[in-house]
Design a protein around this ligand. Sequence first.
Ligand SMILES: Cc1ncc(COP(=O)(O)O)c(C=O)c1O
Length: 393
Amino acid sequence: MKQDIYLDNSATTKPSPEAVQAVVECMEEIYGNPSSVHRKGLEAARAVNRAREAVADQLKVDAKKVTFTSGGTESNNLAIKGAASSYSNRGKHIITTAIEHPAVRNVCRDLAEDGFEITYLTVDEMGIIQVSELAEALREDTILVSIMYVNNETGSVQPLDKIAGVIKRAKKDGKLPLWHVDAVQALGRLPVLPTKMGMDLVSFSGHKVHGPKGIGALYVGTGVSLRPQIVGGGQEGDLRSGTENVPGIAGFGAAVRGLVKGEGTAAEHMASLRKLLVEGVLNGITGCRLNGPPPGNIGAAPHIANISFNGVRGEVLVHWLENEGIYASTGSACSSRKQVEHSVLKSLGLSEGEAEGALRFSFSPENTVEEVKVVVRKLKEGVEELRSFAKMQ
Ligand SMILES: Cc1ncc(COP(=O)(O)O)c(C=O)c1O
């Protein structure tokens, strides 16, 4: 039987045994409502608080700053819409980038329809913004800057320390701008330290870090006021109503606790796998292009590699690989089953054909050198077969 080689960890990760155990425990035993005043309720409230502490510990922030949501999408919605609504009396200008996840991009699109003005920062061929463009775009009425940490399609990492410097200077000059960071693809892979890094709002998702799906968190910094987007019973400090998803929260907390063990070495391991894959493909298969920063570049995330294979349709190659027990994807998970316009890859300067032939490989700390060697070998075989098949058409 063929072995499964799972290289689609940016779409979702396999839940850790600790996360699964925590979910099961909350389904079977800790099933109270955290708002109930009896023992069952207190047990559930304690499970929620333990998870909040785990996330806060990872971020090195006060637990009160962590709000649980239903995932990265909701965290982004709450951060951006919540800030836009709260600070619209200070201005209606928002700055973001051309390569954000749809959970940021489409929120900004909707806000534009509601009278907000959105500036989209461009990116270079590696998917990185120019910090000078951000500095020029900042205005008196800029209330929010939303720039992601790691891009989910290309793995490009934005220069966060320089961005923080520009925003800090703007704040010193009396401007408002809050800084929201979609760190969904960064948690557990690169350091995410909101206070130290000068971030005001940071989004996370449980299922990208070996936790359950349908759970996420938003870090909300000191002095930041957000208008809740889901109102009701006032849970999560009134920021996000609804009975807490206790199993999801506990599973997320357990998964995050597991990340603490290996962040540094895990990142190095994944970076070495990425290098092996990229070099193996670029040196071994003609007509390929890496979309994003090369291995060793400061803008390269350790765990995501996006490669275009000329003359091959990405989707066809995904299925060819699947038959070999290898799982990759054509782009971001939420868009890969729809007809998409490849807006992120085109922002890096790719042609339609190059974008069509792009595949994303995303690693977890569990992947091995042997697996990557198999993938490189199989890719060569698959690409050659599909190219010769295309020639016969
Ligand atoms: C960068 C980024 N932001 C947000 C999300 C949405 O997260 P969730 O699936 O938890 O809603 C994703 C998921 O792919 C992502 O990659």
